[in-house]
Ligand binder design. Structure first.
Ligand SMILES: NC(=O)c1ccc[n+]([C@@H]2O[C@H](COP(=O)([O-])OP(=O)(O)OC[C@H]3O[C@@H](n4cnc5c(N)ncnc54)[C@H](O)[C@@H]3O)[C@@H](O)[C@H]2O)c1
Length: 328
């Protein structure tokens, strides 16, 4: 298939286009480079610089490249920032999503895989979280993505489009060859933040709360290797059916505490990594772990890199070789 990957110059997109190419697909990356990197695309895909909000330009690109399917990853991604700047998130993620749907409707492109997030669930009532769980996001980032999910059934019915919405949990790791990796300009994810300590970029790591109802008192999160996540997209593309919206969680189905992640980073890097206790952050649920049974059952998805040590090792391989991301 000819696949348009919006946001394909970002962390996950740069891995995804390589996995798609390996599966025989031909990719066009559509990205405004606001947080992505041209080098992360390399020659793995055709690159078009453009903004999701430019509906007419998007429609032209869809036509010119005879696109069969779209994977919409372009987005702002910082939950904390979205609380301060909701307009930025609804303006880009929600309106950008609508603009893309309009361009697809205009040009008759009928398949889309949408990058959604575990943030649509907010504070879960029970764990592991099923796709049928209540969706009540607690920040504008999660809400901006849920708004797009809410648009999909209407387009599926009116335009006979098909959608698969993938709700990612914490994505981590890097390409096993080390050719691409995580290089967010402003980093908020735990594993790369912890790895900044052995890189000499931060003195230590803060643990926000040690009194949660978990075995070691720190929050538990579900980490999925970026290559396993990318592989699920190849399967999701095949699962798109006209007139239908399907939703799948993507995680490991297993949680690791903040302390366990820090300890794994110590073991992988051989660095002491000092940790300092800080008060809880408001709105941090104690435990966020996905149920991934639906993706495993319906997509026949089998994660290859579920082991947390491998995830951290691959992340470390990338960061050690590229301490300043793509600028080195
Ligand atoms: N990283 C995670 O752990 C995680 C978890 C859940 C969901 N997600 C979702 O996965 C997707 C990719 O995340 P990532 O970590 O690779 O983020 P990223 O910031 O590395 O990539 C996002 C890309 O989108 C591009 N972009 C943003 N707005 C755009 C616009 N209006 N027009 C064109 N391009 C635009 C950026 O330049 C960047 O290349 C996002 O949709 C995010 O919400 C990520």
């Amino acid at each position: 298939m000819n696949v348009l990957v919006t946001g394909g110059a970002g962390y996950i997109g740069s891995h995804l286009i390589r996995v798609l190419a390996g599966a025989g697909h031909s990719c066009v990356v559509y990205d405004n480079l606001i947080s992505g990197h041209r080098e992360a695309v390399g020659d793995a895909a055709t690159f078009v610089r453009g903004d999701l909000l430019r509906t007419g330009h998007l429609a032209r690109v869809l036509r010119e490249h005879a696109i069969d399917a779209v994977i919409n990853m372009a987005s702002f991604i910082e939950a904390g920032e979205s609380v301060e700047q909701p307009l930025k998130y609804f303006g880009n993620n929600t309106l950008g999503g609508l603009s893309l749907l309009e361009a697809m409707a205009q040009t008759g492109v009928k398949r889309m895989v949408f990058s959604s997030t575990a943030a649509v669930y907010g504070q879960p009532e029970s764990v592991p979280i099923l796709e049928t769980a209540r969706t009540e996001p607690i920040n504008p980032y999660g809400a901006s993505k849920l708004c797009v999910e809410h648009m999909l059934p209407g387009f599926a019915t009116a335009n006979q489009m098909g959608f698969v919405s993938l709700r990612y949990f914490n994505v981590a790791g890097s390409h096993p060859t080390g050719e691409v990796g995580e290089a967010h300009k402003s980093e908020t994810h735990l594993i790369p933040l912890v790895l900044q300590v052995p890189l000499g970029q931060r003195a230590g790591i803060k643990i926000f709360g040690e009194d949660y109802d978990t075995p070691d008192g720190t929050c538990i999160r579900d980490y999925i290797h970026v290559m396993d996540l990318a592989a699920a997209h190849v399967l999701a593309l095949q699962a798109v059916e006209p007139g239908q919206v399907k939703v799948y969680n993507l995680g490991n189905g297993e949680g690791f505490s903040v302390k366990e992640i820090i300890q794994t980073c110590r073991e992988v890097t051989g660095h002491a990594i000092p940790a300092e206790l800080s008060p809880r952050r408001p709105g941090d649920p104690p435990r966020l772990v996905a149920s991934c049974e639906k993706a495993q059952r319906e997509l026949s998805w089998r994660p290859q890199y579920a082991d947390i040590r491998t995830i951290v090792q691959h992340a470390w391989n990338w960061h050690r070789e590229h301490p300043k991301g793509y600028s080195v």
